[in-house]
Design a protein around this ligand. Structure first.
Ligand code: URA
Length: 178
């Protein structure tokens, strides 16, 4: 059944937002954690950030149904706060399983939480973004391309930030097409 007695918000969350998309996708997009809309609907990236994410992926020629979309945490933290390290540690193995099953060519890490978690670093997203990294999941190499989270893009809607995300997604497209 859909009950998670996890570390966070077991009292406040409503859904387990596991992820969705093409199970054979070459591209996986990984966010931080569900927000209010996602918690209500049980689907990842369906709120404001999700709308922008869809426009961003459409701009590089993908469709939402072509990719697989997930988050590091599968349930919404109270007040949408940033996930705590122990929450990431507990929920992280689910993401690893998703990566192992889908076997994407490239994972676009949306923001600091997935980028730091996947790369095992404390370096901030501003320095990580746009630089292709490689990780091994279940014995298989996969490229990781960190970029800004769409919620950050909405808050920081500048030419510079939008161009950065565009370039990062173009790079991810190139990796997926390899
Ligand atoms: N922000 C995220 O990081 N993930 C979602 O699913 C929605 C908003």
């Amino acid at each position: 059944d859909l009950e998670c007695r996890h570390c966070t918000a077991s009292a406040t969350h409503r859904s387990i937002v596991f992820g969705e998309g093409d199970p054979g996708a070459r591209v996986m997009l990984v966010g931080e954690a569900p927000g209010a809309e996602e918690d209500r609907s049980g689907r990842p990236f369906v709120g404001k950030a999700g709308e922008l994410l869809e426009r961003m992926i459409a701009a590089v020629g993908w469709e939402r149904s072509d990719v697989y979309i997930a988050n590091v945490l599968k349930t919404r933290p109270p007040e949408n706060r940033t996930p705590l390290p122990d929450e990431v540690a507990h929920c992280g193995p689910w993401l690893a399983s998703q990566i192992a099953v889908v076997q994407p060519s490239v994972i676009v890490a949306l923001g600091g939480t997935p980028a730091k978690h996947l790369l095992g670093t404390s370096t901030g997203i501003t320095r990580l973004r746009g630089i292709r990294a490689e990780i091994v999941v279940a014995g298989r190499a996969v490229a990781v391309l960190p970029t800004f989270h769409p919620a950050y893009v909405l808050r920081q809607y500048t030419e510079e930030v939008r161009r950065a995300v565009w370039e990062d997604l173009k790079q991810a497209v190139a990796i997926a097409g390899d």
